[in-house]
Design a protein around this ligand. Sequence first.
Ligand code: FAD
Ligand code: NAI
Length: 328
Amino acid sequence: MSHPLHIAIIGAGLAGISAARSLDEAGHQVVLFDKSRGSGGRLSSKRTDFGNFELGAQYFTARDHSFRQELKTWLDAGHVEEWTPRLYQFDQAGLRLSDDDQQRFVGFPRMTAWSRALLEGLQLVSSTRIEQVQADAEGRWLLLDDQQATHGPYDRVIVATPAPQAVPLLQAASQLAHTASQVQMLAGWTLALSFGAPLDTPVDACFVRQGAIDWISRNSSKPGREGPDNWVIQSTPDWAAAHLEDSKEDIIRQLQQAFADVLGLQLPTVDFAHAHRWLYARPDQQCDWGALAAPELGLYACGDWCLGGRVENAWLSGIDIAEQLTYG
Ligand code: FAD
Ligand code: NAI
């Protein structure tokens, strides 16, 4: 490498983190910005008095060779463990066991413990929402946040946010902004429920994919999740679109009922219930872009939406951009 670049990455989800790690290892000076207090983006663990809940990604699979190699290092370091739920499927015939050979992995002991471990040694500026990316007189990049503070200048900027949030940040690269604006992201509701006594069901996880519910999992069946019988219920995109503006109380009531119907149970008293709305849960399409680049400007974009809404794809998209920046 001729000289290390100063690189800003907007978004400390998995795509931003993988780009940051790879660029840091290549000798560049990298700073991540995130509007949240923490990091991990849609890898999200909520801590409560009733234990933790995974409100975003539930698990991940690993199909790409290079990602599987990374996975091995995370497993060896204890940041990730395999999760082998008693897996069910719900359809017209009702609830039935749907075990398969697919390996599924989770962060240990929480999803965000993994993303936090990946951030170690990297510089993160949290609670900072970037609103504009602007060129200075020398053609380097300044970031303007929502408190009117300026950050930079940087030689390169990588936008690693969901596509709709990337569009205003990519205005200086109109082709990238246009491409990102073609991606719609679908909303989703997540319900977290905690019960004082374990529910009387063999189900640890269930693909439902119809009506209100997309997916159910017994959060406490994942490795390292100690504490009460905690469940996560995720809505289908269609149901979320139809109930986007419902009150959280209504969402809790409706998803709780749908959950009871799927499991065929009369639910005991709920100790804790929480509804979380994801405005940008998943891209509406699969792409094969890898990442987006305007190298002549030094502006780049990555994220799951460049490949398809999965954890592995977010990681690979970040690596793609790091390789483009490092090897040209
Ligand atoms: P994100 O994780 O969204 O990261 C983007 C980051 O950018 C965020 O931290 C955000 O705060 C930040 N940001 C946005 N705008 C700004 C700004 N202006 N300034 C500063 N920071 C900004 N995938 C699976 O493989 N398996 C699953 O089981 C699974 N389940 C899911 C369930 C749900 C409910 C959801 C929502 C997603 C699920 N996914 C799952 C998808 C997976 O979570 C995503 O593909 C992946 O986490 C996306 O990572 P990312 O880095 O591309 O984006
Ligand atoms: P995967 O291989 O476990 O699942 C892929 C798809 O195959 C599932 O969506 C499901 O429809 C089907 N499937 C897999 N195993 C099944 C089984 N045993 N029985 C019945 N159906 C089965 O995982 P992959 O490919 O890594 O996908 C990631 C997961 O993340 C998917 O389940 C996806 O829906 C979910 N996701 C959820 C989001 C949300 O907002 N709720 C956003 C993005 C992804």
